[in-house]
Design a protein around this ligand. Structure first.
Ligand SMILES: [Zn+2]
Length: 216
């Protein structure tokens, strides 16, 4: 899944008005933020095989450290505990922790059975919505739009930056989403990993947006 993760990050504002969009994006996308670093380091690997699913040509062969269920729970607990120790805010600590694990759950919906439970599991899981492009695209867009709607219902801009930064995130993501669907297969795995590092940009944009907005 891609923009669906961001939909949940936006939606978190509804659960807690003091929620920070940057932290929510980092949590909901933590697995995909770590993944390109591990693939570039040669610790995890994938290949490009057009046709492996109808929607994405990426064959995720080995990614237990970023994308096993155990790793996502472990990272979720770490994020929640660290946030709680710094901010003493139990509600947001739980939200950020759950958002980390939500990534695995949403990926489980769309990935073919390539998601491991633990580091050593041979058995892998995934419901494979990427083989049903129409359903997969509709599900992602619905989660994304619902999240954006909830976000803008809970906070308001303080200035022009606060108005345009969240929409910059939305528009950039929409462009990447469409390019992923209609664009040609990526030229190399390194190109995929380096472009995946751009996800960090959205964490920064989220924090920047939040600085220029206030809760309603
Ligand atoms: Zn993922």
């Amino acid at each position: 899944m891609f923009i669906g993760h961001f939909g949940l990050a936006f939606a978190a504002k509804k659960l807690s008005p003091s929620n920070n969009l940057g932290a929510s994006i980092m949590s909901a996308q933590l697995l995909d933020l770590i993944w390109p670093i591990l693939t570039l380091a040669g610790i995890e690997n994938f290949s490009i095989e057009p046709g492996i699913t109808k929607l994405t040509p990426l064959n995720f062969q080995y990614y237990p450290y970023s994308h096993s269920l155990i790793a996502s729970i472990f990272l979720g607990v770490i994020v929640g505990v660290i946030y709680y120790m710094i901010r003493k805010d139990r509600t947001n600590a739980i939200i950020y922790g759950v958002l980390v694990v939500s990534h695995w759950v949403l990926d489980f919906l769309t990935h073919r059975p390539d998601l491991p439970i633990s580091f050593s599991d041979e058995q892998k899981y995934g419901m494979g919505l990427w083989n049903y492009p129409a359903i997969s695209i509709i599900v992602e867009i619905l989660i994304f739009i619902t999240g954006i709607y909830l976000y803008f219902n809970q906070s308001v801009e303080e200035n022009q930056k606060g108005k345009w930064l969240p929409w910059t995130i939305v528009i950039l993501l929409a462009i990447f989403f469409v390019m992923n669907i209609i664009g040609p297969p990526p030229p190399s795995t390194n190109a995929v990993s380096y472009s995946a590092l751009l996800l960090w940009l959205f964490v920064g944009l989220g924090y920047w947006a939040e600085k220029n907005r206030r809760r309603i």
